[in-house]
Design a protein around this ligand. Sequence first.
Ligand SMILES: [Zn+2]
Length: 169
Amino acid sequence: MPKVISSHRCILEKYPRPSRDASAFIFKGVIDNIKLHAECGKIVDQEVMGLIIGSVCTDMIGDYIWATETVTSSLDADRVSVRFKEDSLEDMFKLLSDLPERRIVGWYHSHLGEGSRLSQDDILMQERLYGNDPGFALIVDPVNSTIDIFSVKDGKVQKTHAAILEPDD
Ligand SMILES: [Zn+2]
């Protein structure tokens, strides 16, 4: 999986950080999509996953992320694991290449009842995707109704301070 779709960075003057207290700003539609996807998975007793698209900006405080869209593909999933079906990746990345000013700013998947903690495999995946670059892992648990967002820095899991933005914000 490529680390980023493009190295495009947003123009700071155009998109200033809405709040100093957060480093990820997620459009409400993104959260709604992820919750709905996880609920659909819950009905058939399967985990779900997808990618979160947006951009990364930098200001005097540091990097911050805009998350504006989600994308997913066919999945191989059961109640404790999930991955993208290999033959569906090409379509997904083709779709992503139609959004040249965007990059993959995060990935999400669901846990069915075991809460939103990163498993050892999740930590490895996050490190493989992002290393110390900006990007987050979102875990949704539709059984416990929790959503948490993490990054991994130097092997240590950190909660990401995120703000949900309503369309009019
Ligand atoms: Zn997991």
